[in-house]
Write a protein that binds this ligand. Structure first.
Ligand code: PG9
Length: 615
């Protein structure tokens, strides 16, 4: 019988034979791929776990490398399957089906790699006196790959999003000659200015779950408070330092480093990759990618583009792509985000028609790709646009006016609009109850309808008349706020919003919506210096200048533009006590005080938001 035939090669199995087997290889003979696990030696002797994957029969294949803290083994066994597109992340299909060799590596100290993990590992220099960093690890890895992967053509590209975007940028510092192209996506570039950890000095509390999940060798996962409502959890805890001590998070060096460096000191400056790269000559063609609604790393990609562009004399070495995406959505299905629908899968469109031809040119010696210097998705109008520069539009001020009006003409007379900001009741950043561990909430808060706060007394909603012509912006809207507080420290949160018409039966999901186009925070104590904070003088009008995320957006006729101003965005950002203290992490209960906030308008103190209007 067939059953007997199957066991023919084996002797009869004794009922007491132990049932465990040493190894079962899930890659069967029929698999259409080769998957090789190797330990790649670095210059200090540490070996890094690396997985090399390719279709069977691959010859002269370019190698596409990703250096990750998120488990190289897991990334290359997405499904236990016999098809290469099934085992690799979705974004890899177009590449491996066209002769690419995909390489994933665990960064040092995580998963199966040897060595120590340092979450924000600085470059060799004043604060890293070892022989190694992510730049040398990338170099040594590439050197090994070109000598030890016989199926390759000796050319390497590097890509990845977020942390792997950061390591893709690091490979550009003293790059290996075989590195021919880099595509850093949402790279973390400056963890204090505007990427993961702080924005203009305001601390982002989501760091704690990330650190516990990533750096606890045992007992890792989430901080063990309940999911019920993190607004309440953080509010009840007191200061962020109180929260840290309550949950034993001061045992984590990564947490202590944040608490010891609340200001933009040498620790942060020595890691600001845009500034470090600007001091070097870029020799590797690079395509920087970011999402317009990137909730984690909106700062890095445009900052590196801006820093490197002056040396790109032929406008063909450094490219910028901004898609209508949440963080890392470029690598997933991207036909929609929250209530917004786009024209087709914009992630796939980008990977197929822009990223792959760019890499083919540099890694396969393919034809010169038609790669635009800048490609951005015009949200609101739902179309890709190419341009030879960024920003496209020069700035034009849209003035905050008395009576909560907003107009391209300045207010005729000086005046103030005031509200009371109370740290005991901070403005929520999403409708409570807030559970940031719910992916659907965390990935879409930047496109959350703002009507839930628009009428709070501590939120001023400045609004234009209904637009009769479209307003198209492409670049970075800049906040130019003149404001005073009755306290001695203060946060300023500014949102640029597209108010959709209430009656829109063709688009019921967005009818009446207050869609944020950009949201940003500025910690007032840094108005004079990021390095040395100073108390604000109660009642004195100060000019606060900061950028919103880079966008390409069309405000359509029939819509209105809104600017909301408020003084907290909680618990995304820790609370400012509104009393100046040396280190906000360690504020005491008595430091938290309500303050009257006043936004100025009119001559000499014309609060405005400068919009990069496309001519
Ligand atoms: N935003 C995440 C991160 C980047 C860099 C450092 C730490 C965290 C990420 O998604 O990888």
């Amino acid at each position: 019988t067939p059953a007997m035939a199957q066991t023919k090669a084996h002797a009869l199995t004794d009922p007491m034979t132990p049932d465990t087997v040493a190894v079962y290889d899930p890659v069967r003979a029929e698999a259409d791929y080769i998957r090789r696990e190797v330990m790649v030696p670095m210059r200090d002797g540490v070996k890094l776990f690396t997985v090399v994957v390719m279709r069977k029969g691959t010859k002269d294949g370019p190698m596409l490398l990703t250096r990750t803290p998120y488990n190289a083994g897991g990334a290359t066994t997405r499904n236990r399957a016999q098809k290469i597109e099934e085992i690799l992340p979705v974004m890899d299909a177009e590449f491996v089906n066209d002769g690419y060799i995909r390489v994933y590596q665990d960064v040092r100290g995580l998963y199966k790699s040897e060595g120590d993990y340092v979450m924000n590992r600085p470059l060799r220099g004043p604060i890293n006196t070892t022989r190694v960093d992510h730049a040398t690890d990338a170099y040594d890895t590439i050197d090994w790959l070109v000598k030890n992967v016989p199926e390759s053509n000796g050319r390497v590209g590097i890509t990845g999003s977020s942390y792997p975007g950061f390591t893709a940028l690091m490979a550009l510092i003293d790059p290996h000659p075989a590195l021919k192209a880099s595509v850093p996506q949402s790279p973390m570039v400056d963890g204090w200015m505007g990427d993961d950890w702080f924005h203009n000095g305001a601390f982002r509390t989501f760091a704690f779950d990330y650190i516990v999940g990533q750096t606890a060798k045992k007992g890792g996962g989430r901080v063990p408070y309940s999911d019920a409502d993190q607004y309440e959890v953080f509010l009840k805890a007191g200061s962020t330092g109180d929260f840290v001590r309550k949950w034993g998070l001061d045992d984590f060096p990564a947490v202590r480093k944040f608490m010891e460096h609340p200001d933009y000191d040498q620790y942060w400056q020595e890691q600001a990759l845009d500034k470090l790269l600007a001091k070097r000559k870029l020799t590797v063609p690079t395509m920087l990618v970011v999402g317009q609604w990137d909730q984690e790393d909106s700062y890095g990609a445009p900052a590196v583009y801006k820093a490197l562009e002056p040396q790109d004399v032929n406008n063909d070495m450094v490219h910028l792509v901004i898609g209508p995406w949440r963080h890392s959505q470029v690598n997933y299905e991207a036909a929609s985000l929250g209530a917004l629908d786009f024209e087709g899968d914009t992630g796939l469109q980008f990977r197929k028609t822009v990223m792959k031809p760019f890499l083919d040119q540099h890694l396969k010696g393919g034809p010169k790709a038609d790669t635009p210097p800048v490609m951005t998705y015009a949200t609101g109008a739902n179309r890709w646009e190419r341009s030879d520069r960024w920003p496209v539009g020069p700035g034009k001020p849209l003035y905050l006016q008395p009576g909560k009006a907003l107009a391209f003409t300045p207010a005729p007379a000086a005046g103030m609009t005031s509200y009371v900001s109370d740290p005991a009741a901070p403005v929520p950043f999403v409708p409570p109850p807030y559970n940031g561990r719910d992916r659907a909430v965390w990935t879409t808060w930047l496109v959350t309808d703002q009507r839930f706060v628009a009428t709070r007394p501590d939120v001023i909603s400045y609004t234009t008349e209904v637009l009769t012509q479209e307003v198209h912006i492409a670049g970075q809207p800049m906040v130019d706020l003149f404001a005073a507080t009755s306290g001695t420290d203060s946060d300023w949160v500014v949102k640029l919003i597209d108010v959709h018409p209430g009656e829109d039966s063709l688009h019921p999901k967005t009818a009446g919506m207050q869609l944020p186009i950009g949201i940003e925070i500025f910690r007032g104590r840094y108005a004079g210096s990021f390095e040395t904070p100073a108390a604000l003088v109660p009642g004195k009008v100060t000019n606060f200048k900061f950028g919103l995320p880079h966008v390409n957006h069309v405000f359509k006729p029939g819509h209105r533009i809104m600017v909301q101003v408020q003084s907290s965005l909680f618990p995304l950002y820790d609370r400012n006590p509104q009393t100046f203290v040396p280190n906000i992490f360690n504020a005491k209960a008595g430091d938290y005080a309500a303050a009257t906030q006043s936004v100025a308008h009119g001559p000499g103190q014309a609060s405005a938001i400068w919009l990069p209007i496309v001519p």
